[in-house]
Design a protein around this ligand. Structure first.
Ligand code: SAH
Ligand code: SF4
Ligand code: F3S
Length: 434
């Protein structure tokens, strides 16, 4: 009988993909199968995120709970970004943990489970060309890493300290992975990296052909069976004309763009080391809307970054007003160890930041109400990828709107024309147009 693995995945899509790699390696090389029941697990993995303080502080109470629930002899492993940043402090604070495996050390998972105690958190470790075993949570949509790490060093962000320097994965490996995924039925490819449109900046092999992200998008779109391509996260600084034109003109590239703004104030953007101004961001977003009227634009915004004045915050609201983002992920600034901004002396009071977050979220709700009204009776091509427990079939339109219909299981993995009969803020409900 196989051994059982319980795995919890926090954080971003890169962690989701790392978890898939760990599940695959453990299945093929160590005979583990995933279980949803912690009490029958032989191995418990927590794939952690450290981008904000909250999940990190929850980690240790969670380890305590898992330790009580686990069966005799079961092992606990802490993986991911918090493993990278805390290193052996994890053992000091939670001696019941058997191994600590950093975000760039995923390929060592099989070594880790064979030992009583193991740690590997080297952020210079290069696994960009490692051939991982294959497993995907969702057979319809394939996540593929195109780079690891991040060179940007935004002053608020811990990621460069947990995932190390940026290395692009060789294009041939990416294209092969896309081909294999498409042969297994994935019509949608989701390219992942912290900074995807900086692709090609550095490869671990010096012989790699010169290639940028636009070239890569075109290469992946030529793979037989691939119908849709999405990617995250691109950086507004690298949104040059070539990139915008490739995005707009390649029909397989889905028309939804993530443009992480962070702040609308040029002086705060400089303090964050984002490398662009309010004007550049607006220029790119409005050019994109002009080139591609159906595009949907999502963003990430931080409120309460050190030194944020009322006027800075108004600049952020002004960008929201001008761009009218279809989706916003908004966060209260959280000081992180190892980052420059944590040492800035002009931290914003927590209540002020909470108030601003509320104002921003209220404003976005109003914008979304306006947007969703315009979607009534519109028709979208929707790729169905999930049957929900309430019986609804869920999928995404090309421009990333969540669409749900009462449908049949055999429509999973199919792209169908849907007319929207009931548009809500967070999801559109509709019917098939036969
Ligand atoms: N590489 C991506 C972001 C990865 S982190 C990019 O550049 O867009 C995801 C988001 O978390 C960021 O876009 C930012 O909005 C938020 N974030 C990062 N560090 C944060 C911090 N210290 N406090 C609050 N939010 C933060
Ligand atoms: Fe963090 Fe900036 Fe890199 Fe994004 S680009 S991961 S926000 S350092
Ligand atoms: Fe979190 Fe690491 Fe992703 S800090 S957001 S899991 S890169």
């Amino acid at each position: 009988m196989s051994k059982k693995l319980y795995i919890e995945t926090l954080g971003c899509a890169m962690n989701t993909r790392d978890s898939e790699h760990m599940i695959a390696e453990l299945h093929d090389k160590e005979d583990y199968d995933v279980t949803p029941n912690i009490d029958e697990a032989d191995l418990i993995l927590i794939n952690t995120c450290s981008v904000r303080e909250k999940p990190v502080s929850k980690l240790f109470s969670e380890i305590g709970v898992f330790n009580k629930k686990k069966k005799e002899g079961a092992k606990i492993g802490v993986c991911g970004c918090t493993a990278s940043h805390l290193g052996d402090e994890v053992f000091k604070r939670a001696p019941e943990v058997n191994f600590v495996l950093g975000a760039r050390n995923v390929s060592k998972i099989t070594q880790a489970v064979r030992k009583d105690k193991f740690i590997s958190t080297d952020i210079d470790y290069d696994e960009s060309a490692y051939a991982f075993s294959e497993f995907r949570n969702n057979p319809y949509k394939a996540f593929i890493n195109i780079s690891i790490g991040c060179d940007k060093k935004c002053t608020y962000c811990i990621v460069p300290h947990t995932r190390g320097e940026e290395i692009s994965i060789p294009a041939d490996l990416i294209v092969n992975e896309a081909r294999k995924a498409a042969q297994n039925g994935a019509k949608e490819i989701f390219l992942l990296g912290q900074n995807v449109n900086n692709y090609g900046r550095r490869f671990s092999m010096s012989t790699h052909e010169k290639m940028d992200f636009s070239d890569l998008l075109n290469r992946v779109s030529e793979v037989e069976g691939v119908e849709r391509i999405r990617f995250t996260s691109p950086h507004p600084l690298h949104m040059d004309d070539k990139f915008l034109e490739t995005f707009v003109n390649n029909p397989k590239v889905c028309k939804s763009m993530h443009m992480p703004l962070q702040s609308g104030s040029t002086s705060l953007l400089e303090k964050m080391k984002r490398g662009y101004t309010k004007e550049w961001f607006l220029n790119r977003a409005l050019k994109l809307r002009a080139l591609c009227p159906d595009v949907s634009i999502s963003t990430d915004i931080i409120v309460g970054f050190p030194g944020e004045s009322e006027a800075d915050f108004q600049d952020t609201l002004d960008v929201m007003e001008q761009v009218k983002f279809e989706q916003i992920f908004s966060f209260k600034y959280s000081p992180r160890p190892l980052t420059k901004a944590a040492e800035f002396t002009d931290q914003v009071e927590s209540e002020v930041a909470s108030k601003r977050l509320q104002i921003l979220q209220d404003k976005q709700e109003k914008i979304l109400d306006e947007i969703s009204k315009t979607r009534l009776n519109k028709e979208y091509m929707v790729y169905f990828e999930e049957l929900r427990s309430n019986g609804m079939l869920a999928g995404k339109s090309d421009n990333n709107a969540l669409v749900q219909i009462k449908g049949k299981e055999e429509w999973l993995g199919k792209t169908m024309r849907i007319k929207i009969t009931n548009p809500k803020r967070l999801s559109l409900y509709g019917e098939v147009v036969f």
